[in-house]
Design a protein around this ligand. Structure first.
Ligand SMILES: *Cc1c(COP(=O)(O)O)cnc(C)c1O
Length: 462
């Protein structure tokens, strides 16, 4: 399988190189040259299979033969063995026709673990084979960083530096990044917001001397391997509800557009998905764009769903690439306009987007009200992100088509917001109950590219 850049002028890469490089050298994101399809029979045969077996069937066509079947099965098994639930991605029913897909049973209690655990194992395998080391630098609004630290801590061939916005993530998120004591992981608290973290990360990737010098690798949601790992639970959940014989819809609490884009890939592979509903918080650039108002960035306003406090939604570029008929020049031009504030989406591209996606938003008050209502009506304690999903999903349900809302984090990861809404403080699962007692290790860093580069070079293991 070959991968091409959304901006049309970076080298074509294999799966392994796509995974190791992250961002393309023309500033674009890598996407598969063609999307492999699964037949209705192949999809029907997933019924009754384990999550790991479904993961193998879905991901295998995207991965080169340089990783053989037996190794790839072992990678998948190791990745999910650390999960706290035998089904990996279990579903519960909220009401008639509405289901909640619980994606928070991994080691850091958010859906990011599904992809990051796979990536950790894949990096380990590929780097050991090549005899190489890399430096991973990631930007996080909270959950990516903790999942990355958990997936890479103590691995031999990787140094990991995570930039997070100082003071803008929850204590559980921070502690999951700052309490691991392995010397190859580094938590960096940046003076700025998440968009600043993401911008400095992009600057490092666009500084080719630095990028090549430290062998920079990215594990942000722009990394294709992460999107790929997330395609799996769209299949496992839809098949459990009767696909391919029955169409389903999904609502996805969205920030960087990685998770919902995985749903789009599932649909392109042949899964009968009716609507993919983008749910945003008050930082609603995607909802405004999908409502026909163009893509114009504003100020990021901190919310009780911090993992969705994003104005520039990186993976949306992948959706635009397909909506503009895979015209890399057109996408490159839009991204230039975005630097100056924003752009309008052409009518043709809007029609393609509306074919696949719908959208909605929840205000802070609506989010809290939903957490409270869901507890009263179903006994489910939702994290604020998942509550936004349920709120928006309720406005997009169609009779006869089951709606699956993705629960993206465990409520205990955001205990203050959940307690404020319900009076109930959700406890951490027993396997991580001592998190608040462990000692922390972090460095405050300025929002400055040169200072960051120096800090990273000074702290490499070799
Ligand atoms: C990352 C995250 C999101 C947003 O997912 P994207 O792939 O960035 O759209 C939503 N909820 C939680 C809890 C997250 O950690």
């Amino acid at each position: 399988m070959n991968y091409i850049s959304t901006r049309g002028s970076a080298p074509v890469l294999t799966f392994e190189d796509t995974m190791l490089s992250g961002l393309a050298r023309d500033g674009g994101l890598y996407v598969p040259q063609a999307i492999p399809a699964l037949s209705p029979d192949q999809i029907a045969a997933m019924e009754g299979q384990s999550y790991e077996q479904i993961a193998f069937i879905v991901m295998r066509p995207f991965i080169d033969d340089t990783i053989n079947d037996a190794d790839f099965r072992a990678i998948i098994d190791r990745a999910y063995s650390v999960f706290g639930h035998a089904a990996r991605a279990p579903m519960v029913q909220l009401e008639q026709g509405h289901f909640l897909l619980e994606l928070f049973h991994g080691p850091t209690l958010a859906f990011k673990d599904f992809a990051m655990q796979i990536i950790g194992q894949l990096f380990q395998h590929v780097l050991a084979k090549k005899g190489e080391r890399v430096t991973i630098v990631g930007a996080t609004s909270g959950d990516t960083g903790s999942a990355a630290v958990e997936a890479f801590r103590g691995l031999d061939n990787v140094d990991v530096f995570i930039l997070y916005p100082h003071g803008r993530i929850s204590e559980v998120q921070r502690r999951q990044m700052t309490t691991p004591q392995e010397s190859n992981v580094h938590a960096l608290a940046l003076e700025g917001d998440f968009d600043d973290c993401q911008a400095r990360l992009k600057d490092m990737f666009n500084d080719f001397d630095f990028r090549d010098g430290v062998r920079l690798a990215g594990v942000n949601s722009i990394n294709w391997a992460r999107v790929l790992a997330q395609v799996v639970y769209y299949f496992s959940s839809a098949v459990a509800l009767g696909a391919p014989g029955r169409r389903v819809s999904f609502t996805v609490p969205t920030g960087n557009f990685g998770d919902i884009f995985a749903g789009y890939i599932a649909k392109r592979m042949g899964l009968p998905i009716d609507k993919l509903v983008v749910a945003t918080n008050q930082n609603d650039i995607l909802h405004r764009c999908l409502s026909g108002q163009g893509y114009h960035k504003g100020e990021t306003i901190p919310s009780i769903s911090p993992s969705m406090d994003i104005q520039i939604s990186s993976n949306f570029e992948r959706a635009l690439f397909d909506a503009y008929d895979r015209d890399g020049n057109a996408v490159a031009q839009l991204m230039d306009e975005l630097k100056a504030g924003g752009f309008e989406v052409s009518q043709g591209a809007m029609e393609v987007l509306m074919d696949h996606y719908a959208s909605g938003r929840a205000s802070e008050d609506q989010t809290s009200a939903q957490i409270k209502a869901s507890l009263a009506e179903t006994g489910e304690l939702l994290c604020p992100h998942s509550a936004i999903g349920v709120h928006v999903a309720d406005r997009h349900r169609q009779p006869g088509t089951p709606m699956i809302t993705l629960a993206t984090a465990h409520p205990a990861k955001f205990p203050d917001a959940v307690e404020a809404a319900t009076g109930v403080r959700p406890p951490l699962p027993p396997r991580m109950a001592d998190l608040y007692e462990r000692s922390e290790r972090l460095t405050r860093v300025p929002n400055d590219l040169e200072a960051l580069k120096k800090h990273i070079m000074d702290h490499l293991q070799t």
